[in-house]
Design a protein around this ligand. Structure first.
Ligand SMILES: *[C@@H]1O[C@H](CO)[C@@H](O)[C@H](O)[C@H]1NC(C)=O
Ligand SMILES: *[C@@H]1O[C@H](CO)[C@@H](O)[C@H](O)[C@H]1NC(C)=O
Ligand SMILES: *[C@@H]1O[C@H](CO)[C@@H](O)[C@H](O)[C@H]1NC(C)=O
Ligand SMILES: *[C@@H]1O[C@H](CO)[C@@H](O)[C@H](O)[C@H]1NC(C)=O
Ligand SMILES: *[C@@H]1O[C@H](CO)[C@@H](O)[C@H](O)[C@H]1NC(C)=O
Ligand SMILES: *[C@@H]1O[C@H](CO)[C@@H](O)[C@H](O)[C@H]1NC(C)=O
Ligand SMILES: *[C@@H]1O[C@H](CO)[C@@H](O)[C@H](O)[C@H]1NC(C)=O
Ligand SMILES: *[C@@H]1O[C@H](CO)[C@@H](O)[C@H](O)[C@H]1NC(C)=O
Length: 549
């Protein structure tokens, strides 16, 4: 450790360390298993969730990036190695920080990283799901930052987004995120890094959701599937815990499955007797190991170690886990001699518990949004606060929902407006312009008490064809969009990408009281909420029977 630190400081980390430690071989997916790419040995995840709570972050940051501070990751790595850790799961990364030293130190310790692509204020919101230009840029920025490290095992495109049968439509948006992230990796010529999903453990949706993510062509399906599993509590058995049933549930899955979190704390200290089952013959055909929740002891009491004054103290959970994990030796197969029993799966039928459409939202395209917004005559005034957008959407969409078809998205119906991924300012301008166009185009139709204003519309020649194919209602589909970028003015939408700026994000936990909430779980976008609330309110008073998701 000390040696690495000195070379890193004196010579520059990447180059210096590369001289001393070979890169870990990338991990490949074949059938429902992971394999080392160098020699085809099977890879079982022996993981720990590694992210400090955001409670104690210093001002200006919304979370603690666990891979950006070499003094802390290098402090913790030896404790992970001592419990045979080969994977850590991280939940939120800051792409403007430098991760070279921690990634190198993890590499040197034989540890892979599986990283969530979202972060608390940029994630798919289960209550009003969307897959937007802003999220696309967030996800691809994490890929850009980390693709070069061969010890990136994979990416999660979402964590516990759909969490019960009331919000299964949100999974259509997550699956679109998987599709588009995979395509981005391919288009950039990056290593074929797997992209998957991490779910909660909900009885009603469990099997259908796994099938939903695993089904379809290679370019849309998830590459792996994690389930956050808290069923084995205290002393139990393979049968009594529920693990036997879950193993049956996932037995047909054609992609690797693993516990993306586990470790029930109903009975403490945790003895981790489930480890023998998870890495034993009853389960290894179906599961590729798991990730213990979690490294740091915090208010939720799930820690293996506690940190005081920058010193690590191991807790009794750590000792029990250490005994169990160091005892297992899962049987393994070799990639060359393994032929998957199933490589494809049909998508689940829709029923009262599962409603997500297999038709997915469109790929976010900021150039298209730019074309659209420049082509409008009536737009939202620059001085309108984005806090007021929700009211304006409510007023216009409440008058006639047709005006808003181009910007709404419905993951149950599988119907998506062609501009549904644009930023809120562009979307609001689109509906204000629709109102203006449909009401005689007098100046008073573009006013809304000063919230709307006229501009001179322009359509660049590159935009003409796609805009006309999509049509003024915003519901048509245009060919060639996958390669369409408005190269002349390629920057992110000129009118200012309106994310929920300055909004505080509240954590949406995983629900059931006997299960924990992830360290940094998906959060609700407050603007989305305002939008929804306004529409529901307007819909109710106006007797309009629709709600926008
Ligand atoms: C295959 O390579 C991995 C990573 O270097 C190593 O841990 C494993 O022991 C190797 N397998 C065999 C059978 O040598
Ligand atoms: C935050 O820091 C204080 C003081 O160091 C500590 O007592 C507290 O436990 C920390 N809270 C969390 C959630 O880690
Ligand atoms: C990322 O780090 C930069 C530089 O420290 C900081 O300004 C920014 O607020 C951080 N972003 C988040 C989302 O934490
Ligand atoms: C990835 O590696 C290549 C070649 O080693 C290097 O030129 C490039 O800068 C690296 N990119 C990142 C994002 O680290
Ligand atoms: C589903 O989860 C949401 C969000 O956690 C919660 O508000 C709702 O009550 C749950 N619904 C059902 C049917 O369990
Ligand atoms: C697995 O496949 C078998 C054979 O097709 C089928 O009978 C069984 O219901 C499937 N199990 C699940 C949980 O889907
Ligand atoms: C495997 O399953 C059998 C039958 O339920 C059980 O007797 C055995 O203890 C299990 N093995 C482990 C390691 O849990
Ligand atoms: C989405 O479409 C379904 C029909 O497929 C409909 O029942 C539902 O109300 C729509 N949802 C919203 C939020 O409009």
């Amino acid at each position: 450790m000390l040696f690495n630190k000195i070379t890193a400081l004196s010579l520059g980390s990447l180059i210096a360390n590369k001289v001393f430690a070979a890169d870990l071989p990338a991990i490949d997916v074949k059938g429902n298993k992971f394999f080392f790419s160098n020699n085809g040995s099977q890879f079982y995840m022996k993981g720990i969730a590694y992210q400090e709570d955001s409670a104690n972050v210093t001002s200006g940051e919304s979370f603690n990036d666990p891979l950006a501070d070499y003094s802390t990751c290098s402090r913790d790595i030896p404790y992970m190695q001592a419990v045979d850790t080969n994977t850590i799961r991280v939940y939120a990364l800051n792409t403007s920080l430098d991760h070279t030293q921690c990634m190198q130190a993890l590499n040197d310790a034989g540890i892979y990283v599986i990283a969530d692509l979202s972060q608390p204020s940029e994630s798919i919101n289960r209550d009003s799901p969307s897959w937007t230009v802003e999220l696309y840029e967030r996800y691809t920025s994490v890929v850009d930052e980390f693709h070069n490290y061969t010890n990136i095992l994979g990416f999660f495109a979402g964590n516990e987004v759909t969490n019960n049968k009331s919000n299964t439509d949100a999974s259509a948006f997550v699956k679109a995120a998987i599709r588009d992230t995979k395509q981005y990796i391919k288009d950039k010529g990056y290593r074929d890094i797997p992209v998957g999903y991490s779910t909660n453990d909900d009885e009603d949706t469990r099997v259908a959701m796994a099938d939903y993510f695993a089904c379809g062509d290679d370019d849309v399906k998830a590459d792996f599937y994690g389930i956050n599993m808290y069923e084995w509590c205290g002393s139990s058995t393979f049968q009594a815990s529920g693990y036997a049933d879950r193993t049956k549930d996932f037995g047909n899955l054609s992609i690797p499955a693993f516990f993306s979190e586990y470790g029930c704390i109903e009975s403490r200290p945790r003895k981790f007797e489930e480890v023998a089952a998870l890495y034993g013959k009853n389960m290894t055909d179906v599961w590729s190991g798991g990730i213990v929740y979690m490294y740091f002891e915090e208010a939720n009491n799930y820690g293996l170690v506690s940190i005081q004054n920058d010193k690590v103290s191991t807790l009794s959970d750590y000792s029990y886990y250490s005994v169990e994990i160091n005892k297992v030796s899962p049987t393994s197969t070799n990639s060359a001699s393994y032929s998957p029993s199933s490589t494809s799966l049909s998508c689940p039928a829709t029923n009262s518990n599962w409603k997500a459409a297999t038709s997915l939202p469109p790929t976010p395209n900021s150039a298209l949004c730019d074309c659209m917004s420049q082509s409008l005559s009536c737009v939202v005034a620059d001085d309108v606060s984005d806090d007021d957008y929700g009211d304006l959407f409510g007023i216009v969409c409440g008058m006639s929902s047709d005006l808003c078809d181009g910007i709404t998205a419905n993951g149950t119906a599988g119907s998506y407006g062609s501009y549904s991924f644009c930023n809120d300012k562009d979307k609001l301008s689109f509906v204000l312009n629709n109102y203006y166009q449909n009401n005689g185009k007098s100046k008073s139709d573009c006013d809304f008490s000063g919230s709307a204003t006229l501009q001179s519309a322009s359509t660049a020649s590159a935009c003409t064809s796609v805009l006309s194919q999509i049509g003024s209602a915003g519901t048509g589909s245009a060919s060639g969009l996958s390669t369409f970028s408005n190269s002349g003015s390629s920057s992110a939408s000129g009118s200012g990408s309106k994310s929920a700026s300055g909004s505080s994000s509240s954590s949406s936990s995983s629900g059931s009281s006997d299960k924990k909430s992830a360290a940094v779980s998906n959060t609700q976008n407050s603007l989305g909420k305002v939008f929804m609330t306004a529409l529901i309110a307007i819909g109710a008073t106006a007797g309009v029977g629709f709600v926008i998701a």
